[in-house]
Write a protein that binds this ligand. Sequence first.
Ligand SMILES: NC(=O)c1ccc[n+]([C@@H]2O[C@H](COP(=O)([O-])OP(=O)(O)OC[C@H]3O[C@@H](n4cnc5c(N)ncnc54)[C@H](OP(=O)(O)O)[C@@H]3O)[C@@H](O)[C@H]2O)c1
Length: 326
Amino acid sequence: MRAVVVPEPGGVDALKVVDRPDPEPGPGEVQIAVRAAGINRADLLQRQGFYNPPPGATDILGLECSGVVSALGDGVTGFDVGDEVAALLSGGAYAETVVAPAGQVARVPAGVDLVDAAGLMEVACTVWSNVVMVGRLQPGETLLAHGGGSGIGTMAIQVAKELGARVAVTVGGPEKAEVCRQLGADLVINYKEQDFVEVLKDADLRPDVVLDIIGAKYLEKNVDVLATNGRLVVIGLQGGTKAEIDLGALLAKRASVSATALRARPPAEKAAIVAATVENVWPMIEAGAVRPMIHTTFPLDEVGAAHQVLEDSSNVGKVLLTTSAS
Ligand SMILES: NC(=O)c1ccc[n+]([C@@H]2O[C@H](COP(=O)([O-])OP(=O)(O)OC[C@H]3O[C@@H](n4cnc5c(N)ncnc54)[C@H](OP(=O)(O)O)[C@@H]3O)[C@@H](O)[C@H]2O)c1
């Protein structure tokens, strides 16, 4: 098979398409003929040498894919060869064949194109596990999602609206702002021109849950803007890892700060998240209330150009890589 690896960390030119043997499914694993892979910001960090695969994971890039089941390992039930599926992976999606633990594989929701399904798993699982399982967002509450135009943000807006919450987002420009509004965001804040704390306070809209992808740079502001009993959930560190926190402010609000990462979790935890996501988000997708937001697709050979789109932050939603099976 053809697959994308990074022999030496670096810029987009560090991505190399190489030949590798097809991975064989072990017990409990599903082999998938990959139709498309989703690109995640974490892949850019891995390419630059800042985010190594967890122990035991392949060095082939890619945390999510869609495709067709091509073989089943011992003990796998619930899937047949030929099923159209999407998978959450610890690596290996930028390839023509991948294996995944069966608990991290799900049938493509009805009505979703097989290529587009490559952009579903990572964002749907991240949003459901953090906004709902950790953040406990309730109907009538307010979610603030930073980076509303990102792959994660476009899913967070749709899921939170479907749950009956109000949604505020931050974005860096008018194009992303417009898409966020179309997806149902109630308040869109251009963080390059406005202070999101001031805007939310002026609108009397203190968030009960903040889904944060910035980290240190926004910590103080996020705690400041949280509602009483608010939950700040940090999932990205684009603005750094270290900052001071005013525990007095947290205490006075009876607020909490959590931080999670999906990739390094044990398979049983990932399987529980996939199961909860399929149970709750897949019906929203099948009802037409939530859809994968696909910005663009590139063939596997143009993986460097695909990474450049995320590098430039010119994507609204997901960027995908397709294999020749597409
Ligand atoms: N912990 C986990 O399990 C997990 C899983 C998946 C993703 N993530 C994280 O979630 C984030 C989004 O991932 P993705 O793959 O969806 O990436 P993406 O599509 O590349 O989005 C990154 C976004 O960050 C926004 N951004 C940059 N600076 C900002 C700022 N100061 N304020 C608000 N937004 C800002 C950009 O928006 P503008 O262009 O509008 O500035 C862009 O939309 C990444 O940080 C990623 O590491 C975490």
